[in-house]
Design a protein around this ligand. Structure first.
Ligand code: ZN
Length: 147
């Protein structure tokens, strides 16, 4: 188990060092700001959604390794998915991170964040990008806060 945990940690650190989709989206038509006051993580998420499909997703901002890695992997995993698929994935990720029963949800590579559940103060770092995603897709006008 500790080998697996090391591997997960390496994946998170790699995404923190070299975040994927850390840029602006040229033709963004959805955007949301996310803020996690507990840790100070801030993210601006931009999406291009066409015909119900997320064509592009990227983020900018500053935060801890977990928030950055989570935004990096979130954007990489939603590009090309329909809004319905993104919604379903959001719920599985949230279940993985906060679910009381500890069920292993089918979240693919995002399983690297499962260990975050053991650190309640960091869960909001991992969910920040996902809350921003929900806000962007559902057109929330106010910046989202994890509080
Ligand atoms: Zn954080």
């Amino acid at each position: 188990m500790s080998d697996l945990r090391d591997l997960y940690q390496q994946v998170i650190l790699d995404h923190n060092r070299k975040p994927r989709n850390f840029r602006k989206v040229a033709a963004a038509n959805r955007t949301a700001e996310g803020y996690n006051p507990l840790c100070g993580d801030r993210i601006t998420l931009e999406l291009t959604v066409e015909d119900g499909v997320v064509k592009d997703a990227a983020f900018q901002g500053a935060g801890c390794a977990i928030s950055k890695a989570s935004a990096s992997m979130m954007t990489a995993s939603v590009i090309g998915k329909s809004e319905g698929e993104v919604n379903a994935l959001f719920h599985r990720v949230r279940e993985m991170l906060t679910g009381a029963n500890g069920a292993a949800a089918d979240v693919g590579k995002l399983a690297v964040f499962a260990g975050v559940r053991e650190f309640p103060s960091r869960i909001k770092c991992a969910t920040l990008a996902w809350h921003a995603l929900e806000a962007a897709l559902h057109g929330a006008a106010e910046p989202v806060s994890t509080e």
